[in-house]
Design a protein around this ligand. Structure first.
Ligand code: DC
Length: 222
């Protein structure tokens, strides 16, 4: 079956908007596969760091991206056989992911790897360019966002709940820097696709956001 025939729900949005949680929950509700495309950029940043490759070296990082040895096994994400599912969630790797994501050759090297996740019965994919570049034919596109203050507070609570130390002002500054870089880059910048629904979750809990996405999906099916 060609990729265009697989139903895809594309959910894009900025860092810490909750799009990952919403996307995963929607995928579970529909029995669809789930792609966390940010994890692929994070894995590339981590693999480059482990191989002593600078995050600004476009050719070397794109080669790392091309030969990335990754296995998604339920909750576990294995890089060269080692579970790195927690390691890739650090702020440092998040920032590295944002830096390497601005390099066109790296994005090109990761494209087919992301598209391969589209399998029957369907896929929910979250990221920055799911609607614009990776799955432009997706029947449902959503731009899921929240105010920077709300997102910083969510990330802060997440880190504290994990027992890590966190500083709200530092998190807010990091988020804003990352958003600015993701929006300003020349390839596949973070932006709402013209045909995407806007879902602002600043004043909304996860359950309501999931419900809204499922309502839009049901409407599309009709
Ligand atoms: O969603 P996330 O925070 O895990 O993503 C980490 C970085 O990867 C993000 O700052 C930008 C980049 N990214 C991207 O450029 N395109 C995607 N589809 C997903 C993530």
């Amino acid at each position: 079956m060609t990729q265009n025939l697989i139903p895809v729900i594309a959910i894009d949005g900025p860092s810490a908007s909750g799009k990952g949680t919403v996307a995963q929950r929607v995928a579970d509700a529909l029995g669809f596969h789930y792609l966390d495309s940010g994890a692929i950029y994070r894995l590339t940043a981590l693999a480059a760091q482990q191989q002593g490759v600078s995050w600004s070296d476009e050719d070397a990082v794109s080669s790392v991206a091309q030969y990335l040895d990754v296995v998604f096994d339920g909750e576990a994400i294995l890089l060269a056989g080692v579970d790195v599912s927690n390691t890739i969630r650090s702020e440092e790797i998040g920032s590295g992911a944002s830096q390497i994501a601005a390099l066109p050759k790296v994005r090109a090297a990761l494209l087919a790897r992301q598209q391969a996740f589209a399998k029957v019965p369907g896929l929910v994919a979250d990221g920055r360019d799911m609607a614009s570049v990776v799955f432009p034919a997706a029947p449902l596109k959503i731009f899921l966002t929240a105010s920077a203050a709300a997102r910083a507070e969510r990330r802060y609570k997440q880190l504290i709940a994990r027992g890590e130390t966190a500083n709200l002002a530092v998190i807010t500054a990091d988020l804003e820097a990352r958003d600015a870089r993701d929006r300003a880059r020349s390839v596949a910048p973070l932006a709402q696709a013209p045909d995407a629904y806007l879902l602002d979750t600043t004043e909304m809990d996860i359950d309501s956001a999931v419900k809204q996405v499922l309502t839009w999906w049901t409407k599309k099916l009709k």
